[in-house]
Design a protein around this ligand. Sequence first.
Ligand code: PLP
Length: 484
Amino acid sequence: MHASNPMKPGRPIQAAIPSVDRILALSPIVAMIDEHGREAVVRAVREELGGLRALLGAPAEAALAQTATDHISARVAARLEAAATASIKPVFNLTGTILHTNLGRALLPQEAVQAIAVAATNAVNLEFDLHAGKRDDRDRHLESALMRMTGAERATVVNNNAAAVLLVLNTLAQRREVVVSRGELIEIGGEFRMPEIMKRAGCRLVEVGTTNRTHLRDYAEAIGPRTALIMKVHPSNFQVVGFTKSVAEGALSRLARERGLPLVCDLGAGALLDMRRWGLPHENTVAEMIAAGVDLVTFSGDKLLGGPQAGLIVGRSDLVNLVNRNALKRAVRLDKLRVAALEATLRLYSNPERLASRLPVLKHMIRSLSDIKAQADRILPVIAHALAGWATVTMEKCESQVGSGSLPADRLPSFALAIRPSIVRRKALVRVDALSRVFRTLSVPVVGRVNDGVFYLDLRCLDDEKRFLIQLEHLDLDARHKPT
Ligand SMILES: *Cc1c(COP(=O)(O)O)cnc(C)c1O
């Protein structure tokens, strides 16, 4: 790095840095003011010139070049462009987790996307009865479909399932006790811990049984005069295996009924239809819970249901009425965009035969192994060519997961491209991280999974193969990343 010119700069650089006003008068900068506004441009120029002061210790020749006005104006343009591009952008989810919470969970069906666009750009009858000409409830757009699909007497919808659980507990059990099995005191991640939610809802948690075994009599013995309800939580992201015992909803519901208590079930993923229909492992459906006698079921809209983020509450009409009268409901209600998207998503369920071709979540779940393999066969040579001399690429069997606590123990066989840095030395791990970083800097960032020094791209969720392949030409394998 310019070792031949180790001269210390100091003053000449400081003198060479142009003033803010001089830069603002440059004609390309004037054009930028037109596009981005004066305030943003002045800020970018100040930042850029401020950055130049850091060059005071750098070799003079290189530093002086950076003070040239056209260089500065190009850098200001780049700053403004970066500030103007959206922070939220599409990525390729090749992590092998279909419902990836950090990548936004369920991809919406086209029908839901259209419904969002209509609701976003029009006044809509969100809370207005067009027949009677008066105020109405926004749940009306969703309730009958949910009742039909789950067998519940009533339904309501809130911001997400965490809000649904909070609202139900706060409504039915404030200042009272909630009986839960120790084996179900889950943490979903991101601070959603059942004991914490209970505290926030104002309830006292009464834990029964042990981590691996809870019997009906454990529940029975824990019920007292302050008990408000019995809660069952679907163990979403783990499975207790071995010497285990939990009490099924049916038996629990008989006990609850005998003692005059409601049984609430936080189902989490919330399948509306039996997944075995598509050859997938069984996941408790909401309808099965209602049929087993659960009084209220809560579940997410953006997990197995495949819709927008939402928390659904279905069950006994007197209990849903109480939930609706809780002042907290207003704080966690759904906006019109998601009401529209959820309604459109639910409508697709009325034709289960076509659901798999319309609901992206389901489509990804049932994508055939041979289809994924054929895609891997097509992509492998292109990626291998782009990474030639840098990494080797092979095709490997792998296992995708549904994610977000759905079907936690079940894995879906899939194929991945396994990318290994060509020269594995001491810093192999650093290099594989650099490799995965390069993929994340593509115009549509590619997010894979690093495991044991190998960068895996699980192709199960790769829809837009063409776009993926085209941008491989832009993989920037500069010397910094290349193993030496
Ligand atoms: C995912 C999950 C939640 C949280 O749902 P969000 O929709 O993410 O708020 C709560 N309980 C269970 C059992 C879950 O699986």
